[in-house]
Design a protein. Sequence first.
Length: 301
Amino acid sequence: MADKAEKRELLSSYRAKRRTDGTTEPFGGALPAASGGPLRFVIHHHAARNTHFDLRLEMEGVLRSWAVPKGPSPNVADKRFAALVEDHPLEYGDFEGKIPDGNYGAGWSIVWDRGIWHPTGDPIEGLRDGKLLFELDGQKLHGTWTLVRMKSGEKDWLFIKEYDDQASEAGTDDYPMNSVFSGLSIDDLEAGYNPAQDILKRLGKARVPLARIEQPKPMLARSGDPFDRKGWIFEIKYDGYRLLCEKNGDDVTLHSRNGNDLSATFPEITQAVARLPYESIIIDGEAVVHDLFGMPSFARM
Ligand code: MN
């Protein structure tokens, strides 16, 4: 493990490129802090001077980063050039937004994918020796991938899908291009698209300025005879936690069926709801965890 001085060194290059008064990007704490949990990965889609993807793998308390101009491909024949760039702070994994003109990397950046990565062997040694083999367990990327350093230079790497049941003939364009948080793509953001506008127009006068839940009382399922009638849709009775999500501006509260505040119990959901491109909204849903067969499993909650 790197000592304190070395760890401080890890982010010095990152900080040297940015001005605290110029950008909303995070600068990281005084020392990088390891998350302590499973190792996180994130892929940003970043419309800087040239639009590219940034692959970031948590290592030694920072996000080790590669800029991948053409993006990840599930096709094992696509060997994607990946330039090793400066380490980023762990908090950068949540960053989305527009880096203002005149700043380093100016342009929109979204969290295109994120999840957990599982290195095969010691990743620090792998980085030094120029070969990292790992599994990605993300929302878009899955299965085994590799990063291999080329002979042409220290910072020149290739990002390649390995053969497994997640490999396919598809390309980068076959992945959804949206943010895993807001659902908006770089193109949407650049075009100023606001999905709330159509809904607000349809609501017209029925619109209330703030969506507030005073007494959470979700509609509950009742047993009855099976029927099929026009105007009805049917859904599975999921076995999880009923959640009423309330978002007003940056304030998000998750209410349980009995009115308990579950915001801290499901931080990923709270964060995801906070990033939805709606100013004031209530979402009624069920939080479920799937088992290996894709069935909701209450025991796994
Ligand atoms: Mn970038």
